[in-house]
Design a protein around this ligand. Sequence first.
Ligand SMILES: [Zn+2]
Length: 270
Amino acid sequence: MGLHEWANLKAHELRALAADDAVVIAPVAAMEQHGPHLPVQVDSRLATEVSHRAANKAHDTQPTVVLPVVWAGLSEHHMPFGGTITLDYETLLGVFRCIVNSVQRHGFSKVLILNGHGGNIDACKMMAQQLSVEISEITVIAATYWLEAASRLESLLEDQPNVMHAGEAETSMMMHLAPDLVDDSDLPSHRTTADLSFLLAGEASFRWRDLASVTSNGVLGDPSTASGTKGEQLLEAASDAICDLICDSQTWSAAPDLRGDHTAEVPFHR
Ligand SMILES: [Zn+2]
């Protein structure tokens, strides 16, 4: 079964996919600086690629269709380095409210917001919650591909435990997908410490800061450890994990309601 890209299909083919209870993958990522060696499209390209591979793998078990990537996300923390387009949360939520409403009105009931950008992680969870409450008869799942695939990616990486900004993993995947867009002429000089503690305060509190407070060149990690071969392995592992998420019936199961009739003899409102 070939890949089902929403944008390439006719309306009647999409009606048929809705009748088949297909999963709609809605990729979201970013257009932001990725250091001196990678293009600004990285997150959007990778989210698209993982979505397409996962949909292809899942399709025989669970029909799946992939929307075009929402190519801008919450990238305020990358603005100091240039080349970055950022949305605010209200705009991103507004876009996804319209997307999810549209597919629900066409009869789809399963949406996976597949995120490929660190700055969107919290926002995607918030959107999944908000839209699940607002829009009836639809399940909205939020996934960030490298978090869903964390256990599979760690063993493939040498320099970092998981995907970090413009480091080993992202550079590897871009070397595989678009080597002409990677400047590999001086990768060792782009190495920085991959330390995310700049976002912490106290024992477990969050403090917002932009990336200029932790990296001189917009990179986190060591891109010189990247290779195209590793990139292909990472993309396969990530899309395997997303395929498993899509095909697991538990992902889409209805929430149980464990309330009894009442407590203290006062009935629950239903
Ligand atoms: Zn990135």
